[in-house]
Design a protein around this ligand. Structure first.
Ligand code: HEC
Length: 176
């Protein structure tokens, strides 16, 4: 019993590192909807068409480290889920709400693994693994240039932005 408790506690403390297969592809994280919710946006998307909603989640152990330090630890993993918008359904008159799943993207901070420290991945349909996206996908270029903390868009995650301001960890290039 003691051993089981110990193992359980270690797993909870360590959280879940991103898993890569032997070809270096990211294994699709199944439980990202149980991670910490950072924010959602509508019409934030860049190319996916039809103004989807975006929902952002971060793996809990990375979140706790950010709350302490204002920085992301190695192996931090983030999800950006895209969902279709709808309006005038059920009792809803003017507002917009979310419906079907479109796609999910992930980013991973892993300095030894990726040339500029961060890897970006996209999952359409039910693909179980994804290759890291190359420069032509444009993910790294936009994130490294415009994000408020490291490569992440903390300027759009209000509770994290307060922490980054307090800990003075905003990127020098970031303009509010
Ligand atoms: C033109 C700029 C731009 C490009 C290109 C871009 N993103 Fe983002 N990304 C954003 C913005 C803005 C957010 C903030 C959240 C939102 O959209 O609601 C974001 C958020 C994210 C997040 C949540 C964590 C974070 O970094 O804040 C992930 C994961 C992500 N994007 C993955 C990708 C992937 C994968 C690609 C390439 C296929 C990509 N992004 C391309 C602008 C961009």
């Amino acid at each position: 019993m003691k051993t089981i408790t110990f193992v359980l506690m270690s797993v909870l403390a360590l959280g879940a590192d991103p898993e890569f297969n032997k070809n270096g592809e990211l294994v699709r994280p199944k439980n990202y909807r149980e991670w910490i919710f950072l924010s959602s946006g509508v019409g934030m998307s860049y190319g996916a068409g039809n103004d989807p909603f975006t929902n952002v989640f971060v793996e809990p152990s990375a979140y706790r480290k950010f709350v302490e330090t204002g920085r992301w630890p190695e192996k931090s993993i983030f999800a950006l889920e895209l969902r279709k918008p709808a309006t005038e359904g059920s009792i809803n008159k003017g507002g917009q709400y979310q419906t079907d799943f479109i796609a999910v993207e992930f980013s991973v901070k892993d300095t030894p693994r990726f040339p500029d420290g961060w890897g970006y991945f996209g999952f359409n349909g039910s693909a179980p693994t994804a290759k890291v996206l190359g420069a032509s996908a444009g993910c790294n270029a936009c994130h490294s240039k415009n994000a408020a903390v490291e490569h992440t868009f903390v300027q759009f995650y209000p509770t994290l932005l307060e922490i980054a301001i307090a800990k003075k960890t905003l990127n020098p290039s970031y303009k509010p």
